[in-house]
Every structure is written in C-alpha cells, then in structure tokens.
Design a protein around this ligand. Sequence first.
Ligand code: SF4
Ligand code: SF4
Length: 378
Amino acid sequence: MIEPNTGGRPLTDYLYAKACRLKIPLNGTFELSPVCNFACRMCYVRKTEKEVQCSPRPILTLDDWLKIAREAREAGMLDLLLTGGEPLLWPDFWELYDQLIDMGFLISINTNGSLIDDEAIRHFLQKPPKRINITLYGASDETYRRLCGTPGVFDRVDRAIRGLLDAGLTVKLNCSLTPENACDIDWIVDYAKARSTVLSVSTYMFPPIRRDPDRIGENERFTAEESTRYLMRYLQRSRGEALYRGYLQSIRDGYAEPQGLDADCIDPEDGHIRCRAGSASFWITWDGWLLPCGMMTQPKVDIKKHSFPDAWRQLTEMSAAVRLSGVCDKCPDRDICHPCAAIAYAETGTFTGIPTYRCRAVQQMCRIASEYNQVSKT
Ligand code: SF4
Ligand code: SF4
C-alpha cells in the first residue's frame, strides 16, 4: 500500500485538501432545530416553536436526518456537527445521536450547556462525541439575563462544563462577545485558562439575515472599532504579552492570523483562510436547505427534493461560481482582513459588495498595532 505523503502535517489536513480537490463532503453540519431556550439578542437563527409550526417548510424528521446521514456517509462525510438553536431540545436528539455514533461519524455538538445534566453526561460517556462545544455567555445570571433573556441559568452552564470535564469528555468553550457581556471577558478567559480548556472568542457578529433578510449589515453588536478593541483585549489576556506583541508585529508586517474561526478553516502552511464551504463541507438547515455554510442564505439546494449526492453536486457547482469584490481581491489589507463570501453577503446583500464594517475593523487593528509600536519605542 502506498502511504500518503503528508509532509509532516496532520493527516486531517491531507484529507481535507484531497476532499476539496475532489469535492468530497468530508464535513457536515446538521442544524436540527432553530428552537432554543435562550433568546440571545444577536442570534442568527432562533425561532419559537410556534414560528416553526407555522413555517411553510416543515422541520426535518428523525427519518429524514437518518436518510441524509446514510447518503452523506456514502458520499464521504466523516466529521459531523450537530447544532441548533439548542440541539438538545430537539425531541429525537438522543435517538439520532446514538444512531449517528453507531454509523461511525466523528460527532461534535454545539450547545448552550444549560440542558446538560448528569444523565446527559452519562449518555455522552457511553457513546463519546469528538467534542462538545459550549457557548459561555458570561460570568453571572445577570449577564445571561441581559444577553440571552434567560434568568437563573449561569450555575447550570457552569455545572455542565465542570461535569463534562470531570468525566473526561472533550469540551471547547466558545464566546460570542457583544456590548451586553463585554464586561465579563477577562473572567471568561481566566475561567477557560483555569480549566485548561480551549476557548474561542468572537467579537464579530454576523448580521442575522437567515432570521430576517432585512437585517443586512445590522446586528446587536459592537461598532467595528469596538469589536477590534475587544478582540485585542481578549488576545492580550489569553496569550500573554509576548505572544500578543508578536501578533501585533504580524499585523504591521501585513499578515494577521484569522481570529474567531475554527482552526480547521486556516491553512497551516500559508495561514490563509481555507474555506471549505461548498467544496468539502456543507450545512443542512432544520427545514431542509443544503448550504455551503450556516451563515449564508445563498447558494442553496432543496434537500427535500433531491438525494444528497445530487444536491451536493449542484451545491459544489454553484459555490465554485461565487466571487468576491475585485476591491477585496486587490486590497493591501487582505491578509489582515481575510474577507469571505459569507461576510460579504451578510454585510452588503451581495457577494461582490465591500463589507465596510470589516474595513473599519481592520483599520482599527492597524491603528492599535502601530500605536503599540510607538509606545514600546518611547
Ligand atoms: S444560545 Fe445560540 S441558538 Fe440559542 S438563542 Fe443564543 S445564539 Fe441563538
Ligand atoms: S473588506 Fe475591506 S479591508 Fe477587507 S479585504 Fe475587503 S476592502 Fe480590504
């Protein structure tokens, strides 16, 4: 047998590079339901039970998901993210989870953590997922009430994180930072550090155009300049001064490692975004649209009308035709900004628009990097 030459890089990089080249859907996301017990102000997907019941497109059933999973496995899917809304609220979650694990997928779960009790932890221990991603919104009930509209949940989330870690399960913490929970950022960084848990903080909130097409370029979020200031504060505290200084130097040199993205989105060789959406990864919404990425509304294929292989073939062709603005393509700050199709569309309503929110955030990054340099010289 000929061994693949991965050049010392993880085998997953080799697999994803090959999947992109051959258009194999190695990575999938099943968005089981938009229903959530939280009501976060910046959420891009949430709906109430009543809104789902009134939707002209019915929610996918257990049998629908199992059929899609079988077809996607045949087509090459290995990594599978289960998300929502809050996926644990979806009535058939555990039945689906058990069957998907038995099918051999490497499963990750996005959850707000509030419904993970001792019984759920025992269930995960019997059939362990690859990773449980918990979004930690703050340090107190008051922050959760302010941002998520949900009183009295902080202790439940904290207990869930500690319980999962004590059980030896793999947990990653995510944080969506907005004006409502910005006051807790230092505490969140310290909380993750104390537990040696991976933390990813995003200060950029996508306009929620999937929930409301009129919200292009808008969300309950920081100004572009504030989003950069909080990003820098998070990086400085989480990495320490020496690494932070190195990061600012890289900005001055014209390249900054992308932030707030999954490590899988970044090419380990050249550090650029390696967007696999529509070439090796896909997202299926609760009402049956196949999308390249969950932040996009276009291009899309109706999975209710097509088999998975047919829908995937159509999606790869449509995704390959997506182009960004020529201005972004030639922008000197491109390697600091890392523009992507989902951001361009959500900020401007077209793939070829210039997301000026991003431009302002990048200008602020350059200003902070330059001012830091001036101060350290004096
Ligand atoms: S927890 Fe997530 S899915 Fe639920 S409302 Fe908040 S952002 Fe939306
Ligand atoms: S969004 Fe603005 S800063 Fe980013 S690449 Fe495009 S023009 Fe440049």
